[in-house]
Ligand binder design. Structure first.
Ligand code: B12
Ligand code: SF4
Length: 397
């Protein structure tokens, strides 16, 4: 993705120094092929006709071309024809989390987001059988312990996900609940008790929600009205009642921000008890309504040395200061541990009780658990500067 652009280009340079032909694809290249002028071969878009042409080209030519060759997807392969990733090439026991994709695209149109333009507003889907086959294949290559549904919005098509979930529940039962699931979804998931119950049964533990801002006017301004369908704090509590810990995306630097924004966000964090938040500066991605609006207003700044390409309405340094203060305060050990303690008392007990199956209680998991405990006790409980906070919280539980 764009954030990795300098590193991606550096790797290209290294490969060229070693005389290798280079190929690049993925979300950043698909959004902005012009960011990668020195690669030999670009793959723009999702899996489809361009991938076939590219593979044919690579099978035929081994040497570096004299100028860049670009393969651009015109016909996307329907998701229900996607092959299973070659998980057999990996040892998934060494991974912290595995990933599976069920759908691609999102029906909403948040101003800052490039998903609807890149991946469409009508989510394309795999079949439940495909998803189960991918899960089985993952388990044959080791167990990462957690599986993340990398869908742009897991509940983008509610009917489809309602059909998928009973299959996931059965798969977990048959296999002894080997993994915990996580996903990204819009907060209005809180209004679907049937979906939430099924997610609980399938052992979903975490959901990432783009909350962005607790300020209703700001949400309207960025066209994120779907977050306004019920009070945000109530929605979070509802998700917690189904055992779902919420991870939240927050954006600083919106046009509606004022000098009070940081304090409002910190109040929101306190009241919502969300432990983990990605607190980001607004950045205008190409191919978004935000980009087009700011470009028309002459507010895109192309200077590479800045943290964001947006000319904020508030002074740049003030926005940066607010951003740093928000992150630093949100992750002060005492504040963070209080929120985790809340989750221990109000969210985790609402998860289903799992059987002591072979898939869970086995040598590999015990080894992994002991390693984590040892790291926790040593690094946090003994050597960290915040060990007192840690032990105070541990005593509470
Ligand atoms: C899941 C996800 C995450 C997860 C990743 C979990 C994991 N372990 O993999 C988490 C939550 C960690 C995450 C974090 C972040 N993410 Co993210 N994430 C996604 C999401 C929703 C799905 C990615 C995915 O796996 N898709 C499924 C695969 C199969 O599709 P794909 O990547 O598009 O690949 C297809 C093609 O591109 C092509 N392809 C891909 N790679 C290659 C390589 C070659 C050689 C070829 C030929 C083809 C090819 O083939 C694939 C099949 O069609 C995307 C949105 C999206 N739809 O892409 C955002 C997205 C990639 N993330 C985004 C961002 C901004 C971030 C963060 C920077 C957020 C933040 N500020 O903290 C961080 C960065 C983390 C990091 N260090 O890199 C942006 C990137 C925007 C951009 N254009 O640069 C996206 C596009 C969402 C958005 N619009 O905001 N993310
Ligand atoms: S809900 Fe999420 S994925 Fe959908 S448009 Fe908004 S930010 Fe993008």
């Amino acid at each position: 993705m764009h954030i990795q652009r300098p590193r991606i280009n550096q790797i290209n340079e290294l490969a060229h120094k070693a005389g290798k032909l280079t190929v690049v694809g993925g979300p950043s290249v698909s959004g902005c092929p012009e960011y990668y002028p020195d690669f030999d071969v670009l793959h723009v878009g999702e899996l489809g006709d361009a991938m076939d042409q590219m593979i044919e080209y690579l099978d035929t030519f081994r040497d570096r071309p004299t100028q860049q060759i670009r393969f651009e997807t015109r016909d996307r392969l329907p998701l229900d024809q996607f092959p299973i990733p070659a998980y057999n090439l990996l040892n998934l026991n060494q991974y912290f989390i595995g990933s599976v994709q069920f759908s691609s695209g999102c029906p909403y149109r948040c101003e800052f987001c490039d998903i609807p333009e890149l991946y469409g507003q009508n989510p394309r889907l795999k079949t439940p059988q495909q998803v189960l086959a991918e899960l089985d294949t993952i388990m044959e290559s080791g167990n990462p312990g957690g599986i993340y549904f990398v869908d742009d919005n897991f509940v983008g098509n509610r009917r489809a996900v309602t059909e998928l979930l009973p299959h996931l529940v059965d798969w977990q039962k048959v296999n002894g609940y080997p993994v915990q699931f996580a996903c990204e979804a819009t907060l209005n998931l809180a209004q679907s008790p049937k979906l939430l119950e099924l997610m609980r049964e399938a052992y979903f533990g975490t959901v990432f929600c783009g909350i962005e801002t607790p300020d209703p006017d700001a949400l309207k301004f960025i066209s994120k009205d779907q977050n306004l369908s019920m009070p945000i704090l109530d929605a979070i509590k509802t998700l917690n009642r189904y055992g779902l810990e919420v991870v939240s995306g927050i954006i600083i630097g919106l046009d509606t921000d004022t000098p009070e924004t940081c304090d409002r966000i910190l109040d929101f964090i306190r009241l919502s008890n969300i432990p983990m938040l990605t607190i980001n500066l607004l950045y205008a991605l190409p191919k978004t309504p935000l980009w087009r609006r700011l470009e028309a207003e002459g507010r895109i700044n192309f200077d590479d040395g800045r943290e964001s390409n947006v000319e904020f309405l508030m002074p740049y340094e003030e926005v940066l200061e607010m951003w740093r203060r928000c992150i630093t305060t949100a992750y002060e050990p005492e504040f963070l541990y209080d929120r985790f303690a809340y989750q221990c008392q109000h969210t985790y007990p609402n998860r289903i009780k799992l059987p002591k199956s072979e898939a869970r209680v086995n040598k590999e998991n015990i080894r992994r658990g002991l390693t984590m405990m040892a790291n926790l006790f040593l690094r946090v409980g003994v050597f960290s500067s915040y060990r007192k906070t840690f032990w105070d919280m541990a005593n509470l539980l």
